[in-house]
Design a protein around this ligand. Sequence first.
Ligand code: SF4
Length: 480
Amino acid sequence: MSVLNPLKAPAGVRLALMGNEAIARGVIESGTYVVTGYPGTPSSEVLMTLHEYSEGLDLYAEWAVNERVAFEIALGASLGGARSLVTMKGPGFNVASDPILSAAYSGVNGGLTILVADDPGPITTQTEQDSRWYAKLSKLPMITPSSPQEAKDFTVVSQLLSEDVMLPVILRTTTRVNHAVSEVITGDVRPPKKYREFRKDPPRYVRAGMAWNLERHKWLNNQLKTVEGLVRKYGLNKVWGEGSSCVVVEGVSYNYVMEVLSRVESWERKIRVVKVDVLYPIPRNFLLDSLSGCKEILVVEELDPYLEESIKALLQDQDLRIKVFGKLSGYLPLEGELNTRVVSQAVSRILGHEVAEPYHDGMIKDLEVPTRPPPLCPGCPHRNSYIAMLLGIAKAGYKRDEIPVFGDIGCYALSVNPPLNAIWTEHSMGASISMAMGLKVGGFDKPVIATIGDSTFFHAGIQPLIEAVNKRVDLLVLVL
Ligand code: SF4
């Protein structure tokens, strides 16, 4: 963190910022007034930075009870003309997806940015979800930054683009952008854009009319046709080099590729790097122009072969016979994060000679570090809660592994590890109670326990508890 307040620094200042701090600065530079979200690594520091440094600024920032509520608050603010931004990690988009898909038909008035932070690896998430598919599913524009500087700048662009096209814009990041720290040059701050007006317009805002929905779908498809033209003024999508071996990159993959190419002499003559900042709608004209004359294409992306499939479809549509390599060809892995090692191997294959993996002087290579499961913090109260629960199971006359214990999302899931070995499942937010109920109604005849943290309980645990009480299912629910 810089010694200067990142939200109040004047324009033109160089700050060392984490990607999420840079997005918080982008909130201020874009004139965003309402910011909501639900915490989840790697997205949390955006709201944390706003809460810590925004005293005296005209800004409404809140943690919501879950991602769906967070999005709906941001949407309501936007319909009244306020610029708003909502933050969530990848699985949070699943929770918010219902209102997000409807919002694509209603559109927005004030700019509305949905920050979704994915977690290739995964480092702290239950799945390696690639939220880029949500752009296709929801038909909402999506842009992606590759650095803290772009994270800030693209936050501003996403708000302006959102108002241009009257749609929410998804800003998709990955952990290595959210948590990387690098130099960020601040820009001008816009005054916060707050409520202007909200006009009654049922065909636009009421999704109960099927004829209206059909018309709004046509409107949405027409809006999407304008995106590629609109983003040109923001300088998105770029090309470097003039070689005929082409490498398509997006997000953090750009950095891996450029670091590898720094080891290739005069790479600009052999390689062409095509950086795709707009992930949806796929920038067809930009790709056809920039890939013209390529004899082969390597696609480097995290995490699924999203761009690779799109580029193959585009080339086939144009009757262009260019070989495309990437995850589907086995040049790059389908699982886990990319790194300079696997990228250097893939680049070596398209260049036809070995490119040394870059590693910096002084860096220890191939160090064998013993792995160990993450523990609960020393003094964590969850440890005692689980010990008490296990003692209670024994006191009731059951063996430890006779009584199923359903866990939930949160630190307390670490109770799965020795020495507690407490929980049997950890699935998705709030699922402990409903899954425990399912085991009972399915015929299990011994006691069943659900353990759930308080934030997860408010997020998605209350409804399953209502369900269990309403159906009179005998469960022990521990709210931690
Ligand atoms: S709840 Fe999590 S962060 Fe808090 S003390 Fe326990 S393990 Fe540590």
